[in-house]
Design a protein around this ligand. Structure first.
Ligand code: PEP
Length: 252
């Protein structure tokens, strides 16, 4: 059975003092058995080093929210995969809809980053998801299928299991509107079918597909019960220890 992975995307929230409060609040509550499931926090770059120290020996792993696809160079303002690893990251969110919308990221640029992340020993969390108008036009599968194929282009079969996909319908991110468990399950099943076509069913069955979009304690259990939903990528609700821990508990 696939384990569940709950990741918190802090976005551009929390300075160093707030980071300390949030991480201590989280780790002090994580005293229960996670039963093989995983917890990841993805703070802003400036908080990674501190968060890395604070989670030492705790059942929490560290991820970043973006990276540059080169090892080093004249890329002002960017951060490389090795830099992320050196600060304790094992994961990196790639292609979040906010990066697609505000920073011009495309399936091509996300694909380049995903391949580099894997080659560098980081696990990418690759985000896909349709806009509201795309859902209303009935082209969700077409859009999400194109994103999955584009973001995974030339990722070999042996490496695709090392990647996490996150289905995040854009209309549900930060809006309080959640996809119903049935709507989410239908797209997750479609993504797994697409992986089966791109690779094979054995591989498709192994890939973790998270759901993201206004996940909160009140809706997490129903979403996480769906057979193809293997965890959650949580934005707003990960910024308070109580709500993030309640979401983690709902997958146990
Ligand atoms: C996200 O940032 O990936 C996200 C899903 O945000 P929220 O949970 O706030 O909708």
């Amino acid at each position: 059975m696939r384990k569940k992975i709950i990741a918190g995307n802090w976005k551009m929230f929390k300075d160093l003092r707030e980071t300390e409060d949030l991480v201590r609040g989280l780790t002090s509550r994580l005293t229960f058995d996670l039963k093989g499931n995983q917890v990841i926090i993805c703070p802003p770059f400036t908080s990674l080093a501190l968060a890395s120290k604070l989670i030492e020996g705790k059942p929490v792993e560290l991820g970043a929210q973006n990276m540059h696809p080169e090892d080093e160079g004249a890329f002002t303002g960017e951060v490389s995969p090795n830099m992320l690893k050196s600060v304790g990251c094992s994961y990196v969110i790639l292609g979040h809809s906010e990066r697609r919308q505000y920073f011009g990221e495309t399936n091509e640029s996300i694909n380049k980053k995903a391949k580099k992340a894997i080659a560098s020993g980081l696990t990418p969390i690759v985000c896909v998801g349709e806009l509201l108008e795309e859902r209303e036009k009935g082209i969700t599968e077409q859009v999400v299928g194109t994103q999955v194929r584009g973001c995974l282009k030339d990722v070999p079969e042996a490496e695709v299991e090392r990647l996490i996909l996150a289905y995040e319908p854009v209309w549900a991110i930060g809006t309080g509107k959640t996809a119903t468990p049935q709507q989410a399950q239908a797209v997750h099943q479609f993504i797994r079918k697409t992986l089966g076509q791109l690779y094979n069913w054995t591989v498709a069955e192994k890939v973790v597909i998270q759901y993201g979009g206004s996940v909160k304690p009140e809706n997490a259990a129903e979403l996480l019960k769906q057979p193809d939903i293997d965890g959650a990528l949580v934005g707003g609700a990960c910024l308070k220890p109580d709500s993030f821990v309640a979401i983690i508990q709902s997958c146990l």
